[in-house]
Design a protein around this ligand. Structure first.
Ligand code: IPD
Length: 258
């Protein structure tokens, strides 16, 4: 039997430790490797991922799939983004985080996201709800009474025209959109109820899995991200307060997403 309680406790401490390490390395970032025109890797990304791998290996011997050093799927595997929102981190803005998810046989069991600059610690355990700084959180339910606000991420992994088409259709349907630069935080904000949805035509598993569990445990809807080898290949992501699901899935670029 997997000891999820011990892993949950360790993941919380580790996310905070990793976030502090990233913060301490922010001055004098050194060489920044460019993976694409909008995708970067700093020395902090590498150092944080190394720390996370080391701690998880020491405590449990668990394997890891990480953004920087890769890894292979296993029965029980951690999926780690050492810094999600690296561009924000580099530019000195606060919307970035450490994201840790634990997947057992294709099911996300734990998700922990820590945003050091915002002092926000999100934790989700499958079947046991989602919290931010220890307080239970829920999706918005559109209770704000205003128009829907949806964050949309994009990357060079899909043709730009497809993302522009999605933005056009959201605006035509009176959905206000945002782009804040961290998929993990975009999803956490849906769980927190300060954003009504998050969509992106392709995102990697390390950016999304912890946040997707948060949204589900906060009462929201998400697509089945791990279908079609999402763990290795990434996938489209749609996550929202349940009241918005039908409207988002009616937008042409998202039709058929399940
Ligand atoms: C990126 C961010 C961005 C999303 C991209 C990701 P990174 O991750 O989450 O918001 O739109 O798809 O690649 O590079 O900051 O870890």
């Amino acid at each position: 039997m997997t000891d999820f309680d011990s892993r949950r406790r360790l993941a919380i401490d580790l996310a905070v430790e990793a976030g502090a390490l990233a913060r301490s390395m922010r001055q004098g970032l050194g060489t920044i490797e460019s993976k694409s025109s909008i995708d970067f890797c700093t020395a902090a990304d590498l150092a944080v991922e190394t720390l996370v791998r080391q701690r998880l290996a020491d405590a449990f011997g668990d394997p890891v799939i990480g953004e920087e050093a890769g890894g292979e799927p296993a029965d029980l595997v951690w999926v780690v983004d050492p810094i999600d929102g690296t561009t924000n981190y580099i530019h000195g803005t606060n919307n970035w985080c450490v994201s840790l998810a634990l997947v057992q046989r294709g099911v996300v069991e734990l998700g922990v996201i820590y945003a050091p600059d915002l002092d926000q610690l999100f934790v989700a355990r499958r079947g046991a709800g989602a919290t931010m700084n220890g307080r239970a959180i829920r999706t918005s339910g559109l209770r704000h009474g205003g128009g829907a606000v949806v964050e949309m991420g994009w990357s060079a992994r899909r043709p730009l025209a497809h993302s522009l088409d999605l933005i056009t259709r959201m605006i035509a349907d009176n959905i206000e959109f945002r782009r804040c630069g961290s998929g993990a935080m975009g999803l956490a904000n849906v769980a927190l109820g300060v954003s009504d949805g998050y969509v992106e035509l392709h995102i990697n598993a390390w950016d999304a899995l912890a946040g997707l569990l948060l949204v589900r445990e906060a009462g929201g809807w998400t697509n089945d991200f791990l279908a079609d080898d999402g763990l290795r290949q990434g996938n489209v992501v749609v996550a929202c307060t349940a009241e918005l699901t039908e409207r988002l899935l009616a937008l042409e670029p998202l039709r058929g997403v399940a």
